[in-house]
Design a protein around this ligand. Structure first.
Ligand code: PMP
Length: 437
């Protein structure tokens, strides 16, 4: 049986399709953002009458808002299985969390990453002394190359920064093994859990994950909050992420004494509604049970994969192959005859199916999966430099979540099967307009 029916706001929305028919909207873009859990919205609504300033007032509402904001840290810490000593910085999203972390580390910190990462877990590290492992062909190869790179480093690495699950291939990374390897060589492990938090239980303490980030909008809490969790250690004394009120203990004309702890990196009035939503989502997912979530999604992910594999000509992308690969329900593919913006536009306009197309903020990985040559990349870069809008390479991504049903997956598989059977039409009366890299 399925998970005890969690409800989502907007799960029965109908949209008008190009043929004039209304169809129930099928959201297969859970990797990008997830719909709001009804329970999350209920808790936000219950809180709103009490909404007031955080850390900045003595009124009852202000004190309640502060209490609720502060208690979110504990809820988040419990959700990811953090150690009692771990701290939680409340931020906007994973991107901000990684920027807080990378900005707080001393200049020249030695960071080891991979080319599989989302740009959020790649670009902030490039301001440090950053090196990348080769593309791994398996979890074992990833661990072996990580071990080798750390062992052979002339100057030891301080931090290993990896994804928990790829936002393009869905492959789940061996976090506990990577933590052991990092620690053996004196490095800490940072995990970008944006793509795991909604799908699997996270055990920071048990797995030895030192630092971790995730986003509320990917775990059914769409009110703009995310978290950086872990042994903040040096971060408590490093340069603050932003400068302003709330991050200081004392200011004089020529001195600033910064807060010690998470507040140091949370200048400005914080997003207390986002925090309420984030905590509500953590509790709601825990109430369902992350093992139950994973079980529900495994069935649908298998249905999606099997359907795609049976679609004539469809090419499904992945780095790892074999029967026993652990994946979250993300599938990235191409269908011959249909450029990715057209395929995504057809699925939307004719079938009311929401997917994503392009390169998914993972250009290094997509260049590899699509087999782009250096010359092709140079030609693209020249076009961007010249201010042109080139037709960009890419693929289509479908991704499932807790709100996905077997009927949703069927709708996509049917639509792709029809498109594969009939081939593209000569013209379409709507423009595929989403040609973003
Ligand atoms: N890392 C991964 C693996 C992601 O999939 C995403 C979002 N697509 C991010 C980081 C960035 O998350 P956000 O946009 O919420 O900052």
């Amino acid at each position: 049986s399925a998970v005890e029916a969690p409800q989502f706001v907007g799960q029965d929305v109908e949209v008008l399709c190009a043929d004039g028919q209304s169809r129930r909207y099928v959201h297969l873009d859970n990797t990008a953002s997830t719909p709001a859990l009804t329970e999350v919205v209920r808790e936000v609504e219950e809180f709103l009458p009490w909404y007031s300033s955080v850390h900045r007032g003595t009124g009852v509402k202000s004190r309640r808002s502060t209490e609720v904001f502060e208690s979110t840290r504990d809820t988040v810490a419990a959700f990811v299985g953090a150690r009692p000593s771990d701290q939680v910085v409340l931020v906007r999203n994973t991107t901000e969390a990684i920027n807080v972390l990378s900005g707080a580390l001393p200049a020249g910190t030695r960071v080891l990453g991979t080319p599989v990462e989302h740009h959020a877990n790649l670009l902030p590290w490039r301001r440090h002394d950053f090196e990348m492992l080769p593309f791994p062909a398996s979890a074992d190869e990833l661990c072996a190359s990580c071990d080798q790179a750390l062992r052979e480093a002339e100057r030891p690495f301080d931090l290993v920064a990896v994804t928990a699950a790829s936002n393009v291939t869905g492959e789940v990374w061996p976090l506990a093994r990577l933590a052991q390897i990092a620690h053996r060589h004196g490095a800490r492990l940072f995990v970008d859990a944006a793509q795991l938090a909604a799908h699997r239980a996270i055990h920071m303490a048990a797995d030895g994950i030192d630092l971790l980030a995730f986003s509320g909008h990917k775990i059914y809490a769409p009110f703009g909050a995310g978290a950086l969790v872990g042994d903040l250690g040096a971060l408590s004394h490093s340069a603050p992420f932003m400068r302003g009120g709330g991050a200081v203990l004392m200011v004089t004309a020529d001195e600033v004494i910064w807060e010690v702890g998470p507040e140091r990196h949370e200048a400005g009035s914080p997003n207390v509604v986002g925090a309420v939503a984030l905590a509500a989502a953590c509790r709601a997912l825990s109430a369902v049970g992350m093992d139950e979530v994973a079980r529900h999604e495994r069935v649908l992910a298998a249905q999606l994969r099997a359907g795609l594999e049976q679609t004539p000509g469809l090419e499904l992308f992945g780095l790892w192959s074999g029967a026993d690969i652990d994946r979250v329900g993300v599938a990235t593919f191409q269908l011959p005859g249909y450029r990715h913006p057209l395929l995504a536009a057809i699925l939307s306009a004719e079938h009311a199916i929401g997917v994503r197309n392009g390169c998914f903020c993972a250009h290094l990985l997509m260049a590899r999966l699509l087999g782009l040559t250096t010359e092709e990349l140079q030609a693209l870069s020249a076009q961007f430099h010249a201010g042109q809008q080139p037709a960009i390479p890419g693929a289509v991504r479908a991704s499932i979540g807790l709100g996905t049903t077997s009927a949703d997956v069927d709708r996509l598989v049917q639509a792709l099967g029809d498109l594969a059977d009939h081939g593209p039409r000569a013209t379409y009366h709507y423009e595929p307009d989403h040609d973003e890299y």
